[in-house]
Design a protein around this ligand. Structure first.
Ligand code: CS2
Length: 508
Protein backbone atom coordinates (compact mmCIF):
# COMPACT_ATOMS: atom_id res chain seq x y z
CA UNK A 1 0.00 0.00 0.00
CA UNK A 2 1.20 3.53 -0.84
CA UNK A 3 2.88 5.32 2.06
CA UNK A 4 1.84 8.86 2.89
CA UNK A 5 4.32 11.50 1.69
CA UNK A 6 3.90 15.24 1.52
CA UNK A 7 5.11 15.35 -2.10
CA UNK A 8 2.03 13.39 -3.09
CA UNK A 9 -0.33 15.93 -1.56
CA UNK A 10 0.02 18.12 -4.67
CA UNK A 11 -0.03 15.28 -7.20
CA UNK A 12 -2.72 13.02 -5.80
CA UNK A 13 -6.17 14.54 -5.84
CA UNK A 14 -7.58 12.20 -3.24
CA UNK A 15 -4.73 12.91 -0.84
CA UNK A 16 -4.89 16.67 -1.51
CA UNK A 17 -8.55 16.76 -0.60
CA UNK A 18 -7.75 15.26 2.78
CA UNK A 19 -5.42 18.11 3.76
CA UNK A 20 -6.50 19.89 6.96
CA UNK A 21 -6.15 23.66 6.49
CA UNK A 22 -3.08 24.51 4.42
CA UNK A 23 0.49 23.23 4.17
CA UNK A 24 3.04 25.44 5.90
CA UNK A 25 5.68 27.16 3.79
CA UNK A 26 9.34 26.13 4.09
CA UNK A 27 10.04 29.14 6.28
CA UNK A 28 9.63 28.26 9.92
CA UNK A 29 8.41 30.66 12.60
CA UNK A 30 7.56 28.26 15.44
CA UNK A 31 9.76 25.83 17.37
CA UNK A 32 7.69 23.16 19.05
CA UNK A 33 9.22 21.17 21.91
CA UNK A 34 7.51 17.86 22.69
CA UNK A 35 6.57 16.36 19.32
CA UNK A 36 4.03 13.87 20.65
CA UNK A 37 0.46 13.04 19.79
CA UNK A 38 -1.16 15.87 21.72
CA UNK A 39 0.60 18.66 19.83
CA UNK A 40 0.03 16.91 16.52
CA UNK A 41 -3.75 16.70 17.10
CA UNK A 42 -4.08 20.12 18.70
CA UNK A 43 -1.84 23.15 18.06
CA UNK A 44 -0.51 21.75 14.77
CA UNK A 45 -4.07 21.36 13.45
CA UNK A 46 -4.91 24.91 14.57
CA UNK A 47 -1.78 26.18 12.80
CA UNK A 48 -2.75 24.42 9.56
CA UNK A 49 -6.24 25.94 9.76
CA UNK A 50 -4.85 29.39 10.58
CA UNK A 51 -2.52 29.17 7.58
CA UNK A 52 -5.45 28.38 5.31
CA UNK A 53 -7.17 31.56 6.50
CA UNK A 54 -4.05 33.76 6.51
CA UNK A 55 -0.78 32.60 4.96
CA UNK A 56 2.44 33.41 6.83
CA UNK A 57 5.90 32.10 7.65
CA UNK A 58 4.68 29.77 10.33
CA UNK A 59 6.22 26.44 9.46
CA UNK A 60 6.96 24.42 12.59
CA UNK A 61 10.30 22.98 13.72
CA UNK A 62 9.35 19.81 15.61
CA UNK A 63 11.57 18.82 18.53
CA UNK A 64 11.19 15.52 20.35
CA UNK A 65 12.96 15.40 23.69
CA UNK A 66 14.34 11.84 23.50
CA UNK A 67 12.54 9.54 21.11
CA UNK A 68 12.97 8.98 17.39
CA UNK A 69 9.59 7.24 17.35
CA UNK A 70 7.73 10.14 15.75
CA UNK A 71 10.60 12.14 14.27
CA UNK A 72 12.01 9.44 11.96
CA UNK A 73 8.70 8.43 10.32
CA UNK A 74 7.63 12.06 10.01
CA UNK A 75 10.91 12.86 8.25
CA UNK A 76 10.33 9.88 5.94
CA UNK A 77 6.84 11.21 5.17
CA UNK A 78 8.14 14.72 4.38
CA UNK A 79 6.54 16.03 7.57
CA UNK A 80 2.99 14.89 6.76
CA UNK A 81 0.86 12.71 9.06
CA UNK A 82 -2.78 11.83 9.56
CA UNK A 83 -5.27 12.83 12.21
CA UNK A 84 -7.86 10.10 12.67
CA UNK A 85 -11.00 11.58 14.20
CA UNK A 86 -13.10 8.93 15.93
CA UNK A 87 -16.56 9.82 17.21
CA UNK A 88 -19.72 7.87 17.99
CA UNK A 89 -21.14 9.48 14.84
CA UNK A 90 -18.39 8.40 12.47
CA UNK A 91 -14.74 8.50 11.52
CA UNK A 92 -12.63 10.77 9.38
CA UNK A 93 -9.00 11.08 8.32
CA UNK A 94 -7.27 14.40 7.59
CA UNK A 95 -3.63 15.17 6.82
CA UNK A 96 -1.57 17.82 8.60
CA UNK A 97 1.45 19.27 6.83
CA UNK A 98 2.99 22.05 8.90
CA UNK A 99 6.28 20.57 10.23
CA UNK A 100 9.26 21.55 8.15
CA UNK A 101 12.25 20.39 10.24
CA UNK A 102 12.90 17.88 13.02
CA UNK A 103 15.30 17.41 15.91
CA UNK A 104 15.73 14.99 18.79
CA UNK A 105 16.97 17.15 21.66
CA UNK A 106 18.85 14.33 23.39
CA UNK A 107 20.98 13.83 20.23
CA UNK A 108 21.70 17.44 19.36
CA UNK A 109 20.85 19.81 22.20
CA UNK A 110 23.04 22.61 20.83
CA UNK A 111 21.12 22.55 17.54
CA UNK A 112 17.85 22.92 19.44
CA UNK A 113 19.29 25.81 21.46
CA UNK A 114 20.25 27.44 18.14
CA UNK A 115 16.70 26.96 16.80
CA UNK A 116 15.27 28.69 19.87
CA UNK A 117 17.80 31.52 19.44
CA UNK A 118 17.23 32.00 15.68
CA UNK A 119 15.55 35.40 15.16
CA UNK A 120 13.21 34.08 12.42
CA UNK A 121 11.57 31.95 15.08
CA UNK A 122 8.97 34.06 16.84
CA UNK A 123 7.24 31.48 19.05
CA UNK A 124 8.34 28.43 21.04
CA UNK A 125 5.42 26.16 21.94
CA UNK A 126 5.70 23.40 24.53
CA UNK A 127 3.90 20.14 25.20
CA UNK A 128 6.32 18.27 27.42
CA UNK A 129 3.59 17.13 29.87
CA UNK A 130 3.29 18.13 33.49
CA UNK A 131 6.34 16.25 34.73
CA UNK A 132 8.53 17.63 31.94
CA UNK A 133 8.92 21.00 33.65
CA UNK A 134 10.73 19.68 36.75
CA UNK A 135 8.69 21.77 39.09
CA UNK A 136 9.31 21.09 42.77
CA UNK A 137 5.83 20.27 44.11
CA UNK A 138 6.76 21.55 47.55
CA UNK A 139 8.18 24.97 46.64
CA UNK A 140 6.46 25.54 43.29
CA UNK A 141 9.86 26.51 41.83
CA UNK A 142 12.49 24.65 39.80
CA UNK A 143 13.55 21.29 41.24
CA UNK A 144 17.28 22.03 41.18
CA UNK A 145 17.95 18.79 43.08
CA UNK A 146 16.67 16.72 40.14
CA UNK A 147 19.77 15.15 38.56
CA UNK A 148 18.88 16.26 35.00
CA UNK A 149 18.25 19.84 36.13
CA UNK A 150 21.42 19.86 38.20
CA UNK A 151 23.42 18.57 35.21
CA UNK A 152 21.95 21.25 32.95
CA UNK A 153 22.80 23.94 35.50
CA UNK A 154 26.34 22.55 35.69
CA UNK A 155 26.64 23.09 31.95
CA UNK A 156 25.93 19.78 30.27
CA UNK A 157 23.23 19.09 27.68
CA UNK A 158 20.90 20.76 28.13
CA UNK A 159 18.64 17.76 28.50
CA UNK A 160 15.58 19.35 30.12
CA UNK A 161 12.99 21.61 28.45
CA UNK A 162 13.67 24.41 30.92
CA UNK A 163 17.42 24.09 30.34
CA UNK A 164 16.91 24.23 26.56
CA UNK A 165 14.72 27.32 26.87
CA UNK A 166 17.08 29.13 29.22
CA UNK A 167 20.17 28.38 27.11
CA UNK A 168 18.20 29.32 23.99
CA UNK A 169 17.24 32.65 25.54
CA UNK A 170 20.84 33.39 26.58
CA UNK A 171 21.99 32.77 23.02
CA UNK A 172 19.12 34.73 21.52
CA UNK A 173 20.03 37.70 23.69
CA UNK A 174 23.71 37.40 22.73
CA UNK A 175 22.74 37.18 19.04
CA UNK A 176 20.82 40.47 19.05
CA UNK A 177 17.83 39.90 21.30
CA UNK A 178 14.92 39.46 18.87
CA UNK A 179 11.63 39.28 20.82
CA UNK A 180 10.09 35.88 21.44
CA UNK A 181 6.95 34.26 22.82
CA UNK A 182 7.12 31.07 24.87
CA UNK A 183 3.73 29.37 24.90
CA UNK A 184 3.07 26.53 27.33
CA UNK A 185 0.43 24.12 25.98
CA UNK A 186 0.35 21.62 28.85
CA UNK A 187 -2.29 20.98 31.49
CA UNK A 188 -0.76 23.31 34.03
CA UNK A 189 -2.40 26.02 36.06
CA UNK A 190 -0.95 29.36 34.88
CA UNK A 191 1.52 27.39 32.77
CA UNK A 192 2.95 30.50 31.12
CA UNK A 193 3.71 32.18 34.43
CA UNK A 194 5.16 28.93 35.72
CA UNK A 195 7.54 28.50 32.76
CA UNK A 196 8.59 32.13 33.18
CA UNK A 197 9.44 31.43 36.83
CA UNK A 198 11.29 28.18 36.11
CA UNK A 199 13.36 29.69 33.30
CA UNK A 200 14.19 32.71 35.46
CA UNK A 201 15.28 30.45 38.33
CA UNK A 202 17.46 28.45 35.94
CA UNK A 203 19.10 31.64 34.64
CA UNK A 204 19.73 32.80 38.21
CA UNK A 205 21.21 29.42 39.10
CA UNK A 206 23.71 29.68 36.23
CA UNK A 207 24.54 33.30 37.13
CA UNK A 208 23.29 34.62 33.80
CA UNK A 209 24.13 38.26 33.16
CA UNK A 210 21.44 40.56 34.64
CA UNK A 211 21.06 42.06 31.15
CA UNK A 212 19.51 38.77 29.94
CA UNK A 213 16.83 38.97 32.62
CA UNK A 214 16.21 42.65 31.85
CA UNK A 215 15.83 41.86 28.15
CA UNK A 216 13.44 39.01 28.98
CA UNK A 217 11.28 41.37 31.02
CA UNK A 218 10.45 43.50 27.98
CA UNK A 219 11.08 41.24 24.98
CA UNK A 220 9.95 37.73 25.93
CA UNK A 221 6.34 36.92 26.76
CA UNK A 222 4.90 33.82 28.40
CA UNK A 223 1.14 33.76 27.71
CA UNK A 224 -1.00 31.26 29.59
CA UNK A 225 -3.18 28.93 27.57
CA UNK A 226 -5.80 26.28 28.22
CA UNK A 227 -5.57 23.28 25.93
CA UNK A 228 -8.22 20.61 25.44
CA UNK A 229 -8.53 17.63 23.15
CA UNK A 230 -8.53 13.97 24.17
CA UNK A 231 -5.68 12.30 22.30
CA UNK A 232 -4.87 8.65 23.06
CA UNK A 233 -1.70 6.88 21.98
CA UNK A 234 -1.25 5.48 18.46
CA UNK A 235 -1.78 1.73 18.08
CA UNK A 236 -1.72 -0.76 15.20
CA UNK A 237 -5.48 -0.28 15.05
CA UNK A 238 -4.97 3.44 14.38
CA UNK A 239 -2.71 2.59 11.44
CA UNK A 240 -5.14 -0.06 10.16
CA UNK A 241 -8.10 2.37 10.46
CA UNK A 242 -6.23 4.97 8.40
CA UNK A 243 -5.43 2.38 5.74
CA UNK A 244 -9.06 1.24 5.60
CA UNK A 245 -10.57 4.73 5.51
CA UNK A 246 -8.01 6.68 3.49
CA UNK A 247 -6.26 4.00 1.45
CA UNK A 248 -2.65 4.79 2.32
CA UNK A 249 -0.20 3.76 5.02
CA UNK A 250 0.94 6.21 7.68
CA UNK A 251 3.44 5.06 10.31
CA UNK A 252 2.50 7.77 12.81
CA UNK A 253 -1.17 8.75 12.59
CA UNK A 254 -2.82 10.34 15.63
CA UNK A 255 -6.24 9.22 16.92
CA UNK A 256 -8.43 11.85 18.51
CA UNK A 257 -11.97 13.03 19.23
CA UNK A 258 -13.89 15.73 17.34
CA UNK A 259 -13.86 18.28 20.17
CA UNK A 260 -10.97 20.72 20.33
CA UNK A 261 -10.46 23.87 22.36
CA UNK A 262 -7.57 26.24 22.93
CA UNK A 263 -7.98 29.40 24.99
CA UNK A 264 -4.97 31.70 24.71
CA UNK A 265 -3.90 34.94 26.33
CA UNK A 266 -3.18 37.35 23.48
CA UNK A 267 0.27 38.41 24.61
CA UNK A 268 2.67 37.71 21.74
CA UNK A 269 6.00 39.50 21.49
CA UNK A 270 6.60 39.04 17.77
CA UNK A 271 3.34 38.12 16.03
CA UNK A 272 1.50 34.83 15.69
CA UNK A 273 -0.51 32.77 13.21
CA UNK A 274 -4.18 33.73 12.81
CA UNK A 275 -5.10 31.02 15.29
CA UNK A 276 -8.41 32.73 16.06
CA UNK A 277 -9.54 31.53 12.60
CA UNK A 278 -9.03 27.89 13.60
CA UNK A 279 -11.80 25.71 15.02
CA UNK A 280 -12.05 25.85 18.81
CA UNK A 281 -9.52 28.63 19.39
CA UNK A 282 -10.48 31.60 21.57
CA UNK A 283 -8.32 34.54 22.62
CA UNK A 284 -9.37 35.61 26.08
CA UNK A 285 -8.31 37.62 29.10
CA UNK A 286 -9.83 34.93 31.33
CA UNK A 287 -7.47 32.07 30.52
CA UNK A 288 -6.79 31.22 34.16
CA UNK A 289 -10.49 30.65 34.78
CA UNK A 290 -10.71 28.36 31.76
CA UNK A 291 -7.62 26.51 33.01
CA UNK A 292 -9.27 25.89 36.36
CA UNK A 293 -12.44 24.63 34.72
CA UNK A 294 -10.38 22.27 32.59
CA UNK A 295 -8.02 21.02 35.30
CA UNK A 296 -10.58 20.66 38.06
CA UNK A 297 -13.51 19.33 36.06
CA UNK A 298 -12.23 17.50 33.00
CA UNK A 299 -8.82 16.40 34.23
CA UNK A 300 -9.64 15.69 37.89
CA UNK A 301 -12.72 13.68 36.90
CA UNK A 302 -10.75 11.90 34.21
CA UNK A 303 -8.36 10.79 36.95
CA UNK A 304 -11.17 9.62 39.24
CA UNK A 305 -12.88 7.72 36.39
CA UNK A 306 -9.62 6.05 35.49
CA UNK A 307 -8.36 4.97 38.94
CA UNK A 308 -11.80 3.68 39.95
CA UNK A 309 -12.05 2.07 36.52
CA UNK A 310 -8.73 0.25 36.77
CA UNK A 311 -9.64 -1.08 40.22
CA UNK A 312 -12.92 -2.28 38.70
CA UNK A 313 -11.07 -4.00 35.83
CA UNK A 314 -12.01 -1.43 33.16
CA UNK A 315 -9.35 -0.85 30.51
CA UNK A 316 -10.96 2.11 28.75
CA UNK A 317 -12.43 5.42 29.88
CA UNK A 318 -15.86 4.83 28.27
CA UNK A 319 -16.11 1.40 29.87
CA UNK A 320 -15.25 2.91 33.26
CA UNK A 321 -17.39 6.03 32.94
CA UNK A 322 -20.55 4.06 32.09
CA UNK A 323 -20.43 2.11 35.38
CA UNK A 324 -23.18 3.71 37.44
CA UNK A 325 -21.10 3.93 40.62
CA UNK A 326 -18.35 5.78 38.77
CA UNK A 327 -20.79 8.20 37.18
CA UNK A 328 -22.27 8.89 40.64
CA UNK A 329 -18.85 9.58 42.12
CA UNK A 330 -17.89 11.87 39.24
CA UNK A 331 -21.13 13.85 39.53
CA UNK A 332 -20.47 14.35 43.25
CA UNK A 333 -16.88 15.34 42.60
CA UNK A 334 -18.00 17.97 40.10
CA UNK A 335 -21.02 19.32 41.94
CA UNK A 336 -19.83 19.23 45.56
CA UNK A 337 -16.08 19.59 45.39
CA UNK A 338 -14.93 21.15 42.12
CA UNK A 339 -17.47 23.61 40.70
CA UNK A 340 -17.82 25.57 43.98
CA UNK A 341 -14.04 26.16 43.93
CA UNK A 342 -14.03 27.88 40.52
CA UNK A 343 -14.81 31.43 39.55
CA UNK A 344 -16.32 30.66 36.12
CA UNK A 345 -15.42 32.57 32.95
CA UNK A 346 -18.05 35.03 31.76
CA UNK A 347 -20.87 33.43 29.80
CA UNK A 348 -19.68 29.93 30.66
CA UNK A 349 -22.49 27.39 31.00
CA UNK A 350 -21.37 24.66 33.43
CA UNK A 351 -24.37 22.38 32.80
CA UNK A 352 -23.72 22.31 29.12
CA UNK A 353 -19.98 21.79 29.70
CA UNK A 354 -20.56 18.85 32.02
CA UNK A 355 -23.13 17.25 29.68
CA UNK A 356 -20.66 17.56 26.83
CA UNK A 357 -17.92 16.03 28.98
CA UNK A 358 -19.99 12.97 29.79
CA UNK A 359 -20.48 12.52 26.04
CA UNK A 360 -16.76 12.89 25.38
CA UNK A 361 -15.93 10.34 28.08
CA UNK A 362 -18.41 7.91 26.48
CA UNK A 363 -16.52 7.78 23.19
CA UNK A 364 -16.20 3.99 22.74
CA UNK A 365 -14.86 4.50 19.20
CA UNK A 366 -11.86 6.36 20.63
CA UNK A 367 -11.35 3.83 23.44
CA UNK A 368 -8.94 6.00 25.45
CA UNK A 369 -7.03 3.82 27.96
CA UNK A 370 -7.60 4.33 31.67
CA UNK A 371 -3.90 3.59 32.23
CA UNK A 372 -2.91 6.60 30.09
CA UNK A 373 -4.77 8.89 32.47
CA UNK A 374 -3.56 7.03 35.60
CA UNK A 375 0.08 7.51 34.62
CA UNK A 376 2.22 10.22 36.26
CA UNK A 377 -0.44 10.54 38.96
CA UNK A 378 1.69 12.40 41.50
CA UNK A 379 2.26 15.43 39.28
CA UNK A 380 -1.27 15.34 37.93
CA UNK A 381 -3.10 15.09 41.26
CA UNK A 382 -1.01 17.95 42.61
CA UNK A 383 -2.24 20.13 39.72
CA UNK A 384 -5.84 19.03 39.87
CA UNK A 385 -7.19 18.60 43.39
CA UNK A 386 -5.04 20.12 46.15
CA UNK A 387 -6.71 23.54 46.26
CA UNK A 388 -10.34 22.35 45.99
CA UNK A 389 -9.68 19.71 48.68
CA UNK A 390 -8.00 22.15 51.06
CA UNK A 391 -10.76 24.69 50.49
CA UNK A 392 -13.47 22.26 51.70
CA UNK A 393 -11.42 21.04 54.66
CA UNK A 394 -10.92 24.64 55.75
CA UNK A 395 -14.73 24.96 55.78
CA UNK A 396 -14.98 21.86 57.99
CA UNK A 397 -16.22 19.58 55.19
CA UNK A 398 -14.63 16.30 54.13
CA UNK A 399 -13.95 16.18 50.36
CA UNK A 400 -15.12 12.59 50.07
CA UNK A 401 -14.46 12.14 46.37
CA UNK A 402 -11.00 13.71 46.54
CA UNK A 403 -10.22 11.32 49.39
CA UNK A 404 -11.52 8.46 47.22
CA UNK A 405 -9.33 9.71 44.37
CA UNK A 406 -6.23 9.56 46.59
CA UNK A 407 -7.23 6.14 47.93
CA UNK A 408 -7.72 4.73 44.45
CA UNK A 409 -4.52 6.38 43.14
CA UNK A 410 -2.64 4.72 45.98
CA UNK A 411 -4.19 1.26 45.43
CA UNK A 412 -3.28 1.42 41.73
CA UNK A 413 0.16 3.03 41.96
CA UNK A 414 1.67 1.62 45.13
CA UNK A 415 -0.73 -1.00 46.48
CA UNK A 416 -0.79 -1.52 50.25
CA UNK A 417 0.51 -4.76 51.76
CA UNK A 418 -1.83 -7.65 51.09
CA UNK A 419 -3.67 -6.02 48.19
CA UNK A 420 -3.36 -7.25 44.60
CA UNK A 421 -5.06 -4.86 42.17
CA UNK A 422 -6.23 -5.75 38.65
CA UNK A 423 -3.41 -6.57 36.21
CA UNK A 424 -4.29 -3.35 34.34
CA UNK A 425 -2.07 -1.51 36.83
CA UNK A 426 0.92 -2.93 34.93
CA UNK A 427 0.15 -0.42 32.16
CA UNK A 428 0.42 2.57 34.51
CA UNK A 429 3.63 4.58 34.33
CA UNK A 430 4.80 6.27 37.55
CA UNK A 431 8.49 7.17 37.42
CA UNK A 432 8.53 7.80 41.17
CA UNK A 433 7.23 4.36 42.05
CA UNK A 434 10.59 3.18 43.44
CA UNK A 435 10.57 6.17 45.81
CA UNK A 436 6.99 5.42 46.85
CA UNK A 437 7.92 1.82 47.61
CA UNK A 438 11.05 2.81 49.50
CA UNK A 439 9.15 5.27 51.70
CA UNK A 440 6.53 2.65 52.51
CA UNK A 441 9.07 -0.09 53.22
CA UNK A 442 11.02 2.15 55.58
CA UNK A 443 7.86 3.10 57.48
CA UNK A 444 6.69 -0.51 57.70
CA UNK A 445 10.11 -1.59 58.97
CA UNK A 446 10.04 1.11 61.66
CA UNK A 447 6.43 0.45 62.74
CA UNK A 448 5.69 -1.43 65.96
CA UNK A 449 4.22 -4.94 65.86
CA UNK A 450 0.72 -3.70 66.68
CA UNK A 451 0.59 -1.13 63.90
CA UNK A 452 -1.89 -1.63 61.07
CA UNK A 453 0.29 -2.08 57.95
CA UNK A 454 -2.30 -0.49 55.64
CA UNK A 455 -2.48 2.62 57.83
CA UNK A 456 1.32 2.82 58.05
CA UNK A 457 1.61 2.48 54.28
CA UNK A 458 -0.98 5.19 53.53
CA UNK A 459 0.46 7.57 56.10
CA UNK A 460 3.98 7.11 54.73
CA UNK A 461 2.91 7.86 51.16
CA UNK A 462 0.79 10.87 52.04
CA UNK A 463 3.55 12.35 54.19
CA UNK A 464 6.42 11.26 51.95
CA UNK A 465 6.87 14.65 50.26
CA UNK A 466 5.03 13.63 47.10
CA UNK A 467 1.99 15.88 47.51
CA UNK A 468 1.63 19.55 48.40
CA UNK A 469 1.40 19.54 52.17
CA UNK A 470 -1.54 21.98 52.42
CA UNK A 471 -3.83 19.00 51.92
CA UNK A 472 -1.92 16.20 53.61
CA UNK A 473 -1.34 18.36 56.70
CA UNK A 474 -5.00 17.67 57.51
CA UNK A 475 -4.87 14.51 59.63
CA UNK A 476 -8.60 14.02 59.17
CA UNK A 477 -8.07 13.85 55.43
CA UNK A 478 -5.32 11.26 55.77
CA UNK A 479 -7.51 9.24 58.13
CA UNK A 480 -10.33 9.28 55.61
CA UNK A 481 -8.00 8.16 52.81
CA UNK A 482 -6.81 5.35 55.09
CA UNK A 483 -10.40 4.22 55.78
CA UNK A 484 -11.18 4.18 52.07
CA UNK A 485 -8.02 2.23 51.25
CA UNK A 486 -8.95 -0.27 53.97
CA UNK A 487 -12.39 -0.62 52.39
CA UNK A 488 -10.91 -1.14 48.93
CA UNK A 489 -8.63 -3.84 50.37
CA UNK A 490 -11.35 -5.59 52.38
CA UNK A 491 -14.45 -5.16 50.24
CA UNK A 492 -13.46 -3.75 46.85
CA UNK A 493 -13.65 -0.43 45.08
CA UNK A 494 -17.43 -0.44 44.70
CA UNK A 495 -17.89 -0.67 48.47
CA UNK A 496 -15.44 2.18 49.02
CA UNK A 497 -17.26 4.31 46.43
CA UNK A 498 -20.64 3.63 48.09
CA UNK A 499 -19.18 4.67 51.44
CA UNK A 500 -17.83 7.92 49.99
CA UNK A 501 -21.16 8.61 48.26
CA UNK A 502 -23.14 7.96 51.43
CA UNK A 503 -21.00 10.38 53.46
CA UNK A 504 -21.27 13.17 50.88
CA UNK A 505 -20.52 16.65 52.29
CA UNK A 506 -20.16 15.30 55.83
CA UNK A 507 -18.49 17.47 58.47
CA UNK A 508 -14.96 16.64 59.51
C1 CS2 B 1 -5.94 13.53 30.76
C2 CS2 B 1 -5.61 14.47 29.65
O1 CS2 B 1 -3.64 13.36 31.10
C3 CS2 B 1 -4.71 13.22 31.60
O2 CS2 B 1 -4.86 12.83 32.73
O3 CS2 B 1 -6.95 14.01 31.58
O4 CS2 B 1 -4.60 13.99 28.83
C4 CS2 B 1 -6.84 14.80 28.82
O5 CS2 B 1 -7.13 13.77 27.94
C5 CS2 B 1 -6.62 16.07 28.08
O6 CS2 B 1 -6.22 17.07 28.96
C6 CS2 B 1 -7.89 16.48 27.35
O7 CS2 B 1 -7.75 17.75 26.88
Amino acid sequence: MQRLHRDDLQRDDALGRRLIGASAPDKTGIVHIGLGNFHRAHAAVATAEALAAEPGDWGVVGVAMHSHGVVDPMREQGGAYSVLQLTPRGEDVGIVDVHRAFYVAADEPEAVVAQIAAPEHKIVTLTVSEQGYHKDEMTGGLDTAHPDVAADIAGSGPSTPVGLLARGLQKRFADGGAPLTILCCDNMQAGGALVHRLVTEFLQAVDAEPAVLEWMAHSVTFPNSMVDRIVPGTTDKTRADVERIAGYHDDVPVPTEEFTMWVIEDNFAAGRPAWEKARGVIFSTEVEKYELVKLRILNACHSLISYLGVLDGRGTVPDARTQQFIEDCVRNLIGDEMLPSIDLPEGFDPENYVAQLFDRWTNFALGDRTARICSHGIVRLNQRVIIPGTRLLAQGIMPQQIALLFASWLCCTCPPPGFAPDALVEEIVEPRQPELRAVSEAALAAAGPDADPVAVHVDALLHGGFFASELTDYDVFNQRVTELVQLIVSSGVRAAAQDALSKRLSSI
